[in-house]
Design a protein around this ligand. Structure first.
Ligand code: AMP
Ligand code: ZN
Length: 116
């Protein structure tokens, strides 16, 4: 399931270090190496799924679980009430750079809308 050329699969396999915030049998969450906010965590599925376009109905539970994981982390980190942003970048125009789907959890500062 893991892809040799995928950075996040290599983190999952322990070949590249990461600052892990949470892990279970379905997902891993780790701190972004170039944080764009005081809290910037990436929640990834343990399955290699390249982009949001590659999710199918069989992944519905997994997708929901990624969002619930982000919600729990936000609560544990004490930012749930003040607010936080969840974000998926899909492909080129959205600025996706790592092609192993990840949910960004950003918190700890105000965010503007529309996003840049
Ligand atoms: P995206 O633009 O949505 O594909 O986001 C990819 C994210 O992965 C960026 O925010 C990067 O800073 C982050 N990133 C890249 N390499 C690493 C790494 N080795 N450990 C943690 N985060 C990383
Ligand atoms: Zn991967």
């Amino acid at each position: 399931m893991s892809e040799h050329n995928c950075l996040f699969c290599q983190i999952l396999d322990g070949h590249i270090p990461a600052n892990i915030a949470y892990e279970d049998e379905r997902v891993m969450a780790f701190h972004d190496i170039a944080p764009q906010a005081p809290i910037h965590i990436l929640i990834i599925p343990k399955q290699h799924i390249a982009t949001i376009n590659d999710f199918t109905e069989e992944h519905q539970d997994l997708l929901g679980y990624m969002i619930l994981t982000a919600q729990k982390l936000a609560q544990e980190l004490g930012v749930a009430e003040d607010g936080y942003r969840l974000n998926f970048n899909c492909n080129r125009l959205a600025g996706q750079t790592v092609f192993h789907t990840h949910l960004h959890l950003l918190a700890g500062r105000p965010f503007s809308w529309p996003p840049g």
